[in-house]
Design a protein around this ligand. Structure first.
Ligand code: MTE
Ligand code: MO
Length: 414
């Protein structure tokens, strides 16, 4: 079944009250939907009322100002810090998106429980060693927050949206190593009745706007879970850092970052459709362009591009400069990138330094010879192998997901 058909099916089942949801009744979800709508109406910031020590993001690794911009409980990678790094984002500058705070867990004491009506038998427990004794696979993939680029809804389009005001630094690419989720599920006795799989994090429960949403958890259709999903324990050749999910996290290539649940403590395997706030009130598109219950749950990431330069970076007039950046898409590899330095009047093709690869990004470069001093804007527009191209304007949604329009990156010619 295609993802779209799957989502529509689930939405229909859900609205017909046929869906199971881990104590999450249809009435509860409808109440939460109205809470989410209320948060959206209350304006930016209201959705970010997360319990964490004032001024402390709850992240363990160092967050030097050259590498990161701290946003509440999250740390955004500064794009200028990626210039000259290789294909994979060094872990010291990989973005962190936490709903609450990083738990520091001991791999030796950690257990993963796989349970539910979609198994042939009783719950099965895995230790860290059990996980590592399954065949190890390595996969290179981007991980990106669905809200990446959200601030441009406001700054470029004048739209009011809620949530963390990321620029474009809520994305990174890593070499992940771990067990295939399919191997874990089969070892646990996956039955043919299984339809959904829901991993749940061991980080503190998420509370916002007076609602306790419980632990971060989000269902995946079995078809995706058995396809290319990893239960990863290494990132770029090292055990996962606490901030990125130590001892183990999901990596769901091409999909919204929320699917890649960190610090997984249990996985429910269900013979009925599963729902959680993360595929009902969050990570759907709400707003005037969408149906009242929102769009289908978000799955694949849109096309995006970023320059490896600081906002407001200075370039000398009358000289040649090498502009660099990266583009990526959840819909396939990136096959073409165009750059404009004259506010979109003309576009030229950038040189691509990587082959288009699903789930990955391409590095690119182009030359720029600015003549006159003054403010300027750099623009990059990518096209993926499915033919999707970045538009000049994104259709807004209340929670500011999926900003895919061409970003006007401000610079100064001096
Ligand atoms: N348990 C748990 N998993 C989580 C999250 C979280 O807050 N808790 N955040 C999700 C979101 S929204 C994103 S974008 C990615 C971010 O992964 P990173 O922090 O390793 O970059 O993790 C996802 N997995
Ligand atoms: Mo995210």
């Amino acid at each position: 079944m295609s993802e779209r058909a799957y989502d529509h099916d689930r939405l229909r089942q859900f609205l017909a009250g046929e869906a199971a949801g881990e104590g999450l009744s249809r009435r509860n979800v409808l109440r939460m939907l109205s809470v989410a709508a209320g948060l959206a109406a209350a304006g930016a910031g209201a959705a970010a009322g997360i319990a964490h020590a004032a001024g402390k993001p709850g992240i363990v690794k160092p967050l030097p100002a050259e590498l990161f911009t701290v946003r509440d409980t999250n740390a955004e990678t500064n794009w200028a810090a990626l210039r000259g790094t290789g294909y994979h984002t060094p872990v010291d500058r990989f973005f962190v998106r936490n709903h609450t705070s990083t738990p520091v867990l001991d791999p030796a004491r950690w257990r993963l429980t796989v349970w539910g009506g979609g198994l042939r038998g009783r719950p099965v427990e895995f230790s860290y060693d059990d996980l590592r004794s399954l065949p190890a696979v390595t996969s290179s993939a981007c991980l990106e927050c669905a809200g990446n680029g959200r601030s441009y809804y406001g700054s470029q389009q004048g739209d009011r949206v809620t949530g963390t005001p990321w620029t474009l630094g809520a994305v990174g690419a890593a070499r992940w190593r771990g067990a295939r989720l399919s191997d874990v599920l089969r070892a646990a006795g996956l039955s043919r009745r299984a339809v959904d799989v829901m991993p749940r994090g061991l980080d503190p429960a998420y509370t916002a706007g007076g609602t306790d949403y419980g632990h971060v958890r989000r269902p995946l259709p079995v078809a995706k879970a058995l396809d290319d999903v990893l239960l990863a324990y290494e990132m770029n050749g090292r055990p996962l850092l606490p901030d990125h999910g130590c001892p183990a996290r999901l990596v769901v290539p091409s999909w919204v970052g929320i699917a890649s649940v960190k610090w997984v403590g249990d996985i429910e395997v269900s013979d009925r459709p599963l729902f959680s706030p993360w595929n009902t009130v969050f990570y759907r598109l709400f707003g005037s362009a969408y149906p009242p219950g929102g769009s289908a749950p978000l799955t694949r990431q849109p096309v995006r591009s970023a320059f490896e330069a600081a906002p407001g970076a200075a370039f000398a007039a009358g000289r040649g400069h090498r502009l660099t950046g990266r583009s990526w898409s959840g819909g396939g590899g990136v096959r073409r990138v165009e750059v404009s330095t004259d506010d979109g009047a003309s576009w030229r093709e950038a040189r691509l330094h990587d082959a288009p690869r699903p789930g990955g990004w391409v590095r690119w470069s182009t030359h720029w010879h600015p003549r006159e001093p003054g403010p300027a804007r750099l623009m990059a527009r990518a096209t993926d192998t499915s033919g999707a191209t970045q538009p000049l304007r994104s259709v807004p949604n209340d929670q500011g997901f999926f900003f895919d329009a061409v970003v006007r990156h401000p610079v100064r010619v001096v």
